[in-house]
Design a protein around this ligand. Structure first.
Ligand SMILES: NC(=O)c1ccc[n+]([C@@H]2O[C@H](COP(=O)([O-])OP(=O)(O)OC[C@H]3O[C@@H](n4cnc5c(N)ncnc54)[C@H](O)[C@@H]3O)[C@@H](O)[C@H]2O)c1
Length: 269
């Protein structure tokens, strides 16, 4: 019997081989795991980050596995730099099919830790919105205009952008809420081109984000307690959802928000 790849075969459903992808914030944490799962499934992946050293190490790790990856040091706050990254990826073999707008920063601990309205620092507020919201806008604009039809866009939001959350700062939750609605509106605009746009809303993953915030250890304890599963996630646990949302299997999924949070919403606290 021949091994025909029918529509129910996972090798067809989740086939991203040869697709061109850009992942922002790809040097570390969730972005690196997202870039890695695409590259290991034979997509061509452009890793983008501001941290040149960490980016070089991340890229070398994937090149050592003989994967099709390239890298670009670029800041999502810089529209021209992100335009250039998308142009370069669009000109690389089969063009640009997948954009993952993932780069993001923390705004520190929230009101559970005594950081109420009076403590919001205007400079930090602007810095967080510049990366987490305006940076996503630049990434979506530059990516969408150069993308093949049938493309896939994924935005990394947060459960903190979906409902009240006393653990994180106001700037962070506001930026993630705005980004989520931006993504859902863009999903409507791009649907006629067959481009699907979805949001992954993580709960708590063990990454470097917030590691320099004073009191971060206490924050991690609270984050763990908030889950039903009783532990934080490993970054590799973002891979399956990433592959699903960037694959042919997701052709009818757009404007959706997927939480991946160990059951924060169902936890008895
Ligand atoms: N870790 C979690 O539990 C969690 C939860 C919810 C949402 N998120 C979101 O996931 C995304 C990734 O976070 P992470 O936890 O992997 O953090 P991380 O700090 O481990 O990685 C973020 C990467 O983004 C890069 N970056 C920061 N600013 C940038 C900019 N202006 N331009 C380009 N690159 C930039 C950093 O250098 C870093 O490599 C963020 O959007 C974050 O808000 C994370």
């Amino acid at each position: 019997m021949t091994d025909e790849l029918g529509p129910s075969d996972p090798r067809t459903l989740f086939d991203v081989a040869g697709r061109g992808a850009v992942v922002t914030g790809a040097a570390d944490g969730l972005g690196f795991a997202m870039a890695r799962v695409l590259a290991r499934n034979r997509a061509r992946v452009m890793l983008v980050d501001t941290d040149a050293d960490v980016l070089a190490t991340a890229t070398e790790r994937l090149l050592a596995e003989d994967l099709a990856v390239r890298s670009a040091v670029a800041d999502v706050r810089d529209a021209a730099a992100i335009d250039d990254v998308m142009t370069r990826t669009a000109g690389w073999d089969g063009g640009l099919d997948i954009v993952i707008a993932n780069a993001g920063i923390s705004s520190g601990l929230g009101r559970r830790f005594g950081n109420g309205l009076d403590t919001v620092d205007p400079e930090r507020w602007r810095a967080v919105l510049d990366v987490n919201l305006t940076g996503v806008l630049h990434t979506l604009r530059a990516g969408a205009s150069r993308m093949n039809s049938g493309g896939r866009i994924v935005i990394t939001g947060s459960v903190a952008g979906l409902d009240t959350d006393p653990l994180v700062g106001y700037a962070y939750s506001s930026s993630k809420a705005a980004t989520t609605l931006l993504a859902r509106n863009v999903a409507d605009e791009l649907a006629p081109r067959g481009i699907c746009v979805n949001v992954i809303a993580p709960g708590s993953f063990r990454t470097s984000i917030g590691s320099r915030n004073p009191g971060n250890g206490q924050m991690l304890e609270e984050l763990t307690r908030a889950t039903a599963i009783g532990r934080m996630a490993d970054p590799a646990e973002i891979e399956g959802l990433t592959l699903l949302l960037t694959s042919p299997a997701a052709g009818h999924i757009t404007g959706a928000v997927y939480t991946i949070d160990g059951g924060v919403g169902v936890a008895r606290r």
